[in-house]
Design a protein around this ligand. Structure first.
Ligand code: NAG
Ligand code: NAG
Ligand code: NAG
Length: 421
């Protein structure tokens, strides 16, 4: 019985395992010297200028989220947080129309949704990152903050990507954030009842509070959220200075990069070289956190240390965790089935010019079922030091197919797969 299963499995896997896949390149999909904002009408543009809402040099794109569906085709979303004024909209689609500084952005879902002065909390105020699920839904995490002022409570907005309409809004309760001190910068979503069988009703969103050092868990069935805190979410002053492409800056950001294999949440602060984990079952249980946000300390674990800090991270369906370390710049992969040590931190060759401060990263599954790594690279080191030069390319959206890495992985892990299947 075992023997027969083994042979069948080998036959089933062989065609994939022996296909020789050429080493893939990192490909630039879009690039900008400076952001280019499109408007629905010329009058909207002139009004944005008159109101001080259009200062192109103030905008830094942070996230990237590709999407593909039969109705809307292929689309690429980006976010422009309102660190300061002069940002006409904070969530955008990259259009195919090009100007000399780069492709023209268009407001998403439309211009009327954007709350440029913080005056209307039903609109979108400021977004760092989004998450797109297998349910064709985009989760938009709005900080409610413009230039350090908490204009609105943070909120989670869910858009249906088939028709770009709002499906759900959740405003965070005062117990889950501290106005101005908190900054909700990154959501990841785990859907428990995905299509085709499921109805996308049971999901949880894990949110990093980068400056008040905590994790917020939103549960769609309860339609509520709670906080979980742990010392591992804090920045480490020993790693608060970042050196990227020869330029130094200090940034004491806490919990920043999130990823999951659907069993555990992996996370790291920005000012840190360590990766940590906590079982989802522990943070998903609200009862654990009601009396004390700092409980369950024994469930948090140091996974391993990197050679240098990294910002955004993402995990593929083969449990490979990707991150771009800062000094020297390297795209690295670690497979969860091995201890996280320098030996198992595998470098993926790439021109370091293309990847600098990688502030957004997603694993995207194409219609054909292939996974690709998408990254938003910006020169945050230059923005921080005020040396950005708008005659050069400063922001790039890049893509790298993962089939070569995953096929290599499949061969290595064959024995383990046989045992566990
Ligand atoms: C958009 O699609 C969803 C289902 O996918 C539906 O519930 C909703 O009513 C639609 N909204 C509009 C404005 O068509
Ligand atoms: C949640 O945690 C509490 C203790 O904090 C425990 O009593 C309860 O059984 C847990 N619930 C589930 C569903 O695991
Ligand atoms: C990882 O780094 C932390 C803090 O820098 C240190 O305390 C710990 O001993 C290191 N652990 C390993 C396994 O290298």
């Amino acid at each position: 019985m075992w023997g027969r299963f083994f042979i069948v499995l080998i036959l089933a896997l062989t065609p994939h395992a022996i296909v020789s896949v050429k080493l893939r390149d990192v490909e630039v999909i879009y690039q900008w010297k400076q952001l280019v904002y499109g408007f629905p009408t010329e009058a909207d543009r002139l009004k944005a200028i008159a109101d001080g809402n259009l200062v192109p040099e103030n905008g830094t794109p942070i996230d990237v989220a590709p999407h593909q569906d039969s109705n809307k085709g292929s689309r690429v979303f980006t976010t422009i947080p309102r660190f300061t004024s002069g940002i006409p909209y904070t969530l955008a689609l990259v259009s195919d129309s090009k100007e000399s500084n780069g492709p023209v952005l268009q407001p998403y879902p439309d211009y009327s949704w954007h709350n440029s002065d913080g005056g209307d909390c039903d609109k979108i105020t400021s977004v760092f990152r989004v998450a797109i699920t297998e349910c064709n839904q985009m989760f938009v995490l709005d900080t409610g903050v413009i230039s350090m002022v908490q204009h609105c409570p943070p909120q989670l907005l869910v858009f249906d990507l088939n028709n770009d309409s709002l499906l759900h809004r959740y405003r965070f309760e005062p117990g889950t954030y501290i106005a101005v001190a908190s900054l909700f910068i990154v959501p990841i979503v785990v859907v428990d009842d995905p299509p085709p069988k499921g109805r996308c009703r049971k999901l949880r969103v894990y949110i990093g509070d980068v400056s008040f050092h905590g994790l917020v868990i939103y549960d769609s069935e309860l339609n509520t959220a709670w906080r979980a805190e742990n010392k591992f979410m804090y920045p480490d002053p020993d790693h608060g200075t970042h050196l990227i492409a020869g330029e130094k800056f200090d940034l004491m950001d806490g919990i920043f990069g999130l990823a999951t294999d659907r069993q555990q949440l992996f996370f790291h602060p920005l000012a840190s070289v360590s990766e940590y984990s906590v079982p989802l079952s522990v943070i998903n249980n609200r009862t654990n956190w009601l009396a004390d946000v700092n409980s369950m300390t024994k469930s948090f674990r140091l996974v391993g240390n990197r050679t240098s800090q990294c910002a955004a991270q993402a995990m593929d369906s083969y449990n490979n965790l990707y991150c771009v370390i800062h000094n020297p710049i390297k795209l690295v992969r670690w497979n969860m089935n091995k201890p996280y040590s320098v030996k198992n931190e595998i470098e993926i060759p790439v021109d370091p010019e293309l990847l600098q401060f990688v502030s957004g990263m997603k694993v995207f599954k194409t219609d054909g079922g292939k996974e690709e790594l998408w990254m938003m690279s910006n020169r945050f080191q230059r923005i921080a030091s005020g040396t950005i030069d708008f005659n050069e390319v400063n922001f790039r959206i890049v893509r790298r197919p993962l089939d070569d890495i995953q096929h290599g992985q499949l061969k290595q892990d064959l024995s383990q797969r046989l045992i566990f299947n």
